[in-house]
Write a protein that binds this ligand. Structure first.
Ligand code: FE
Ligand code: FE
Ligand code: MG
Length: 171
């Protein structure tokens, strides 16, 4: 635990920060696995472009889990130790891929990113001017989640437009 490092935290309980970070930590692992498995099972048109994006996002979510775990430890907390706890602590849950089609996989993932954006913007607000180090970390993660949503939405729109064009040309 970083003693002097933690003494600069003002106006917020450290345990409260640890608790919200552990919930975000659960979300990151579930997001990592969701992208990992989506990239494996995905089917359909332009799936290679989607696989590249999903794989990159999986790596980002795992990197976020690392960043959050390291901050929890600095604060004197313990990151969740059992995967079962991911489900009891998660904010965003887990969207099991039911339809493997590219468009619905992308839609599931966009929902997840929108949830992540809400979660991190809440932690950003909570820590602003109070815990500058956590604030900086969650701001960086938030910027990544915003980029993730944008990447998936753009890809989703390109693919649905392409499908519409093909259908038009068939008639
Ligand atoms: Fe993330
Ligand atoms: Fe993300
Ligand atoms: Mg991306």
């Amino acid at each position: 635990m970083a003693r002097r490092g933690n003494s600069i935290i003002k106006g917020i309980e450290i345990n409260e920060i640890i608790s919200v970070l552990n919930k975000a930590y659960a979300d990151e692992w579930l997001a990592y696995y969701q992208y990992f498995i989506e990239a494996k099972v995905i089917k359909g048109i332009m799936k290679d472009a989607a696989i590249a994006e999903l794989t990159q996002h999986a790596a980002d979510e795992l990197r976020h889990a690392n960043m959050v775990a390291d901050r929890i430890l600095q604060l004197g907390g313990t990151p969740l130790l059992h995967p079962q706890e991911w489900f009891t602590h998660t904010n965003c849950g887990y969207e099991e891929p039911k339809d493997f089609d590219v468009v619905s996989i992308l839609e599931d993932s966009i929902k997840g990113e929108q949830c992540a954006i809400s979660v991190y913007s809440h932690i950003v607000e909570m820590t602003r001017h109070k815990d500058v180090v956590t604030y900086d970390i969650v701001s960086q993660i938030l910027a990544d989640e915003v980029e993730h949503e944008e990447d998936l939405q753009t890809l989703h729109d390109d693919i649905t437009e392409f499908i519409t064009d093909i259908k038009k040309n068939m008639h």
